[in-house]
Design a protein around this ligand. Structure first.
Ligand code: 9D3
Length: 225
């Protein structure tokens, strides 16, 4: 799988791409990630990427030309899905991540200011994605979120165990609490049942705890409320 990121802040990606699972996935050639500086595609002599909105109003709008030219150049003759990171997009879920992970080529556009000129959406973008209902300063962190959650879904990037475990998040329940050694940490003990060796009792305890956590933090996940 290949990612091409188009951004006015390419340096923001460096630390994320050079650590952990995403780094290993690149080393193992499971994924190639290229970050492109949008300003390199400007034709304007001041490398301007934004302008005032027609019709008035606050803020600036990202100008279409650099996006059109960057996507055309990066695509070349390959087929690629173009994703715009935007607060007005479809919400990113594990299901959407799985869909994106099926692509061979993803081009991700990072917006800024009040947004991008509508003609970019109309003519260049295939899918508009938001990572949730809160306001960020730009699309870079959302693009990193896409890189992270899509990369770990590529076969061979994380073990089978972890990907099977994911399925639980796509069900209707959050996780049960986890404990490791020591059994008594500064006076706080691990629940006795987990030390009992009684697998049926452990399984029941975990199910009940998962339900408790879900009711408390994500009641919306429980269907038969
Ligand atoms: C007043 C209208 N604002 C929209 C809520 C303008 C605006 C705010 C912040 C336009 C762009 C941004 C920058 N955010 C993103 O580019 C972004 C984002 C986000 O803010 N939240 C969740 N997902 C995303 S994806 C891209």
């Amino acid at each position: 799988m290949r990612f091409d990121i188009i951004t006015i802040f390419p340096e923001m990606f460096t630390p994320v791409l050079n650590e952990s699972i995403v780094k290993r996935a690149q080393e193992k050639k499971k994924v190639a990630i290229r970050v492109h500086d949008l300003r390199k595609y400007t034709k304007d002599k001041h490398k301007k990427v934004d302008d005032r909105p027609f019709g008035g109003g606050p803020g600036m709008v990202m100008t279409p030309q650099p996006f059109f030219d960057a996507v055309k150049k990066i695509k070349g003759r390959r087929k690629a899905k173009v994703v715009l990171m935007s607060p007005s997009g479809k919400r990113l879920t594990q299901k959407l991540a799985r869909e994106l992970a099926k692509q061979k080529n993803l081009i991700v556009l990072c917006g800024h200011y009040e947004g991008v000129d509508e003609r970019v959406r109309e003519k260049v973008v295939d899918e508009e994605v938001s990572i949730g209902d809160y306001v960020l300063t730009g699309g870079e962190i959302p693009a990193m979120v896409i890189i992270d959650c899509v990369t770990r879904l590529i076969p061979g990037v994380v073990g089978k165990e972890a990907s099977l475990e994911d399925e639980s998040f796509e069900r209707d329940m959050l996780e049960y609490p986890h404990y490791t050694r020591p059994a008594n940490f500064r006076g706080t003990k691990v629940p006795d049942v987990l030390l009992s060796g009684n697998h049926k009792a452990i399984s029941e305890w975990r199910k009940q705890q998962a339900l408790r956590v879900t009711r408390r933090n994500r009641p919306d996940l429980i269907k038969n409320k």
